[in-house]
Ligand binder design. Structure first.
Ligand code: MLT
Length: 410
């Protein structure tokens, strides 16, 4: 008899975006002619940058010739991509990150999900609420939590409420925690953590010997100069933080898949006997054992964004989505809604009208305006009363969605 991992049974329903897709499909079945505008999952709509397309075409041609064909590559990524990442995002910004601290992958969703494997099951996990659901769900799957309570919280997790009063910055844990997930620019609230706030988190982690798992997948969307792009801008962060970055939103790679994780050599965690072990070696062991590397063709496409031309093209791409964000934020505000985010992130986080429960608002918006968004409650119980819209739609649909909002009876 094979036994299942019963931790999976603790999870309610389906993964958030799978549930939304299911509801939208059910709606479409009953209303086949409905002109549905999708501002739910944060999936990009513009094509890949031309530099990436050209680099990938060239790489395909290389694969067709015996002399330039590539089989397995280094699991951690090819040097040409690692060095380009290192120079553009760290060295040129005065930040120390070594080549062997960068691990290229098939995207930061997988890395954020897999990273918990190198940590002990007894660690107390601190998770902002609301938050990208992958952090919590994967810790539940691993057995790092108890059961789900009536309050929508899993036993044993230290939830860090993010409220409008604090600009949606997670509050500090009440007691000791071992692993801390932070996401800035934030999914779903679209807000960012300031230098001072990050300094406080790094200080906490150093004091508690905790590890910060810092998801910075939306760093390319930061428009304000004083907002940190990387946690390594904070002194001491190399001793306590792992950073996740992605090409998905930066360069339209949601379907192409490429991301990377930085694990500094100074970063330690401990055996039960109190012996310090470096997490980079553990992650290297996991990565090389379970992953055979991002395809060469994809890595060539990713590396191309670091050329001068590539940088100009992704600036344009990000600028397009951020103009959508402005259109949504200003349009909805003028329609009387209270909106957050959308300045340093491609997400607008709005308060549901009349305190409507967020799944009710989802149904109302879908049935009355044929717009798909993401209910705040799907990101955690503190997300109740809020709703997320993505700026990744195309311009025409974004404008049409805002018009529909203005005509919606709130
Ligand atoms: C989202 O909509 O939150 C994101 O697209 C999900 C992801 O990046 O995996």
């Amino acid at each position: 008899m094979a036994f299942i991992n019963e931790n999976y049974l603790k999870l309610p329903g389906s993964y958030l975006f799978a549930e939304i897709a299911r509801r939208v499909n059910a709606f479409k079945e009953v209303n086949p002619s409905a002109d549905v505008i999708r501002l739910g999952i944060g999936d990009v709509t513009l094509p890949l940058p031309q530099v990436s397309i050209e680099a990938m075409h060239k790489a395909v041609d290389e694969m067709a010739v015996k002399e330039t064909f590539r089989g397995y590559g280094p699991e951690q990524g090819y040097d040409f991509l690692i060095e380009a990442i290192r120079e553009a995002n760290y060295t040129s910004r005065g930040l120390k990150v070594d080549s062997d601290e960068i691990f290229v992958s098939d995207g930061s969703k997988s890395d954020c999900a897999n990273i918990q494997e190198i940590f002990g099951l007894d660690n107390v996990v601190a998770i902002p609420d609301p938050v990208y659901p992958v952090y919590l769900d994967t810790n539940v799957m691993a057995g790092r939590t108890g059961e789900l309570g009536a309050d929508g919280h899993f036993a044993g997790v230290s939830y860090l409420p993010c409220t409008a009063e604090s600009g949606f910055a997670p509050s500090m844990p009440e007691g000791h925690v071992d692993m801390i997930y932070l996401c800035s620019p934030n999914n779903p609230t679209g807000t960012t953590l300031s230098r001072e706030q990050l300094e406080a988190w790094v200080a906490y982690a150093r004091k508690e010997k905790a590890v910060i798992l810092y998801d910075s997948a939306y760093a390319a969307y930061i428009t304000e100069d004083n907002v940190p792009r990387s946690i390594y801008e904070i002194e001491g962060a190399r001793e306590v933080a792992i950073e996740f970055r992605s090409f998905s939103k930066t360069a339209g790679f949601t379907g192409t898949r490429c991301g990377y994780t930085v694990v500094p050599k100074e970063l330690m965690a401990y055996t039960k006997n109190g012996e310090a072990r470096d997490l980079r070696s553990l992650w290297n062991r996991r990565h090389t054992t379970k992953f055979n590397g991002t395809p060469y063709i994809i890595q060539r496409g990713a590396a191309a964004i670091y050329t001068k031309e590539g940088q100009a093209q992704i600036k344009e791409l990000v600028g397009y989505y951020m103009e959508n964000a402005r259109i949504i934020r200003e349009g909805l505000t003028s329609a009387g809604l209270t909106c957050f985010g959308g300045v340093n992130a491609p997400y607008i986080w709005l308060q549901t009208p009349n305190n409507m429960p967020s799944w009710d608002f989802f149904n109302k918006l879908l049935s009355e305006a044929n717009i798909v968004g993401t209910p705040g409650a799907g990101f955690g119980s503190c997300g109740e009363g809020y709703f997320r819209l993505t700026a990744f739609g195309d311009r025409e649909n974004t404008l049409r969605a805002v018009e529909r909002f203005k005509n919606l009876k709130l």
